[in-house]
Design a protein around this ligand. Structure first.
Ligand code: SAM
Ligand code: SF4
Length: 439
């Protein structure tokens, strides 16, 4: 039997890319590839890229340059670029970096096997189309191998919102929802393989409107269907847009027992002037009312958010409005970024904020978020939480998992296994995790 070929995938960016990398690896498994953790012994290297952070394309070019020596030693090594930088740069990647054999955009992964075969014939392969066919249906099924207790499952892709700072509508294309029956089938398959918690993914996951048995289904409808899957214990979803937070989804947070009390709901800014310029189509007030309604449905829900500071024309007053909103919501987690220009997006052409002022605002915002995060985490001490154990910890006998609120929790008792869901009493709060004892 011939030796399997080795595939090294490096994944950047969001959870959707993590999911895509898994699916690409499974698909290339059909071409005889097994994954390796090192580029040095790979027959194929795939960079699954993200275009969200600053100078993303430049970072990919410099990463590719590092493979020059490897390719010289091993001329058969194939190098590919996938993900949003592949979509945005397209042919330019091959022009600037002749080492690259393959460029594949996020909507064309199902064509990877034929593209890989072409590279083995010495050709270059490029595909950044937005094809009509459903890539997930064409991607090879997930193999039946056992896996860890948590998994991502993409249910919706793309975005039609066109926030003025964001490249996603250009790199991932228009909003598309997968049919409900395929998602449910995939969930059953994941559960058979040991998964107990599924996070439904989408750039705008709560805009989900996939075909169901009786017409289009909402995200809440899909969650209720998944709630019936035996063996599946926890459901999460990310990332949501405030404008798509429908009544049935808010209600599900109060009534659906497998839906976890955690919600990532990016707001970006607390200033209505800036929100308007961002083309967010919600106000700070409407966001705050929404949070109130969600908390009325599920009082203990953990809120998380995304923020951009230093958006073009942001004044100190605008920034203060963001600080005020954070004070009111008190996020358990939040991701805050300094605005950086994305060529081709409307905000890229506008007058930029002084970088030092933006740095200073970012520091102040992060300090406030960290303070709230700590307070919320410390307030867990003495409480009972349920923990899904995911792995062993750094210390002997230690096991680590996540609470329903997504806090990392570690216990020192050895009599708990990966995949077990157990009640834990929280006994201490550390820098980034909680300590507890099994109940
Ligand atoms: N769809 C989600 C939403 O509506 O908020 C998030 C999508 S985006 C992949 C993740 C986060 O990256 C955004 O919420 C935003 O805070 C940040 N982001 C996107 N473009 C950015 C830019 N040009 N500069 C700084 N941060 C940016
Ligand atoms: Fe980007 Fe999210 Fe806005 Fe869509 S809704 S454009 S993904 S930030």
């Amino acid at each position: 039997m011939s030796e399997p070929k080795k595939l090294y995938i490096k994944t950047y960016g969001c959870q959707m890319n993590v999911y895509d990398s898994e699916r690409m690896s499974e698909t290339l498994g059909g071409q005889g590839y097994v994954e390796t953790q090192s580029p040095d012994d790979a027959d194929m290297i795939l960079l699954n890229t993200c275009h969200i952070r600053e100078k993303a394309a430049e970072k990919v070019y410099s990463e590719l340059g590092r493979f020059k020596g490897l390719k010289a030693e091993k001329p058969d090594l194939k190098i590919g670029v996938a993900g949003c930088v592949a979509q945005a740069e397209g042919e330019e990647i091959m022009r600037r970096q002749p080492l690259v054999d393959l460029v594949v955009g996020p909507q064309s992964y199902h064509r990877l096997p034929e593209m890989e075969a072409r590279t083995r014939e010495g050709q270059k392969a490029l595909d950044t189309d937005f094809p009509e066919e459903d890539k997930f249906e064409k991607l090879k099924n997930r193999p039946k191998a056992k896996r860890g207790p948590t998994a991502f499952l993409t249910v919706q892709e793309g975005c039609d919102k066109f926030c003025a700072f964001c490249v996603v509508p250009y790199t991932r294309g228009a909003e598309v929802s997968r049919p409900a029956d395929r998602i449910i089938r995939e969930a059953h398959d994941l559960v058979e393989r040991g998964v107990r918690e599924i996070t439904l993914l989408g750039q705008n996951v709560n805009a989900y409107h996939g075909a169901g048995a009786n017409g289009d289904m909402t995200l809440a409808g899909l969650i209720w269907e998944l709630n019936k899957v035996d063996g599946l214990e926890r459901i999460r979803f990310t990332t949501s847009h405030p404008n798509d937070m429908a009544d049935d989804l808010i209600e599900a947070h109060g009534t659906c027992e497998k839906l976890m009390p955690y919600l990532h709901l990016p707001v970006q800014s607390g200033s209505d002037r800036i929100l308007k310029r961002m083309n967010r189509s919600h106000t700070a007030e409407s966001y705050l009312r929404l949070v109130e309604r969600i908390r009325a449905a599920r009082p203990d829900i953990m809120m998380s958010g995304d923020f951009i500071v230093g958006f073009p024309e942001e004044t100190e007053e605008d920034f203060q409005a963001t600080m005020d909103l954070v004070e009111q919501v008190k996020y358990g987690y939040a991701y805050s970024f300094k605005y950086s220009t994305r060529p081709g997006t409307p905000a890229a052409e506008r007058p930029q904020v002084d970088p030092q002022a933006a740095d200073d605002r970012l520091q102040r915002l992060q300090a406030l978020i960290t303070q709230h995060q700590r307070e919320i985490q410390d307030a867990m001490v003495g409480r009972k939480v349920s923990v899904l154990f995911e792995k062993s910890g750094r210390l002997p006998g230690q096991m680590v998992g996540k609470s329903e609120y997504l806090h990392s929790v570690h216990v020192s008792e050895a009599d708990v296994a990966v995949g077990e869901l157990r009640d834990v009493r929280i006994t201490g709060s550390g820098a980034n995790s909680l300590a507890g004892t099994l109940i």
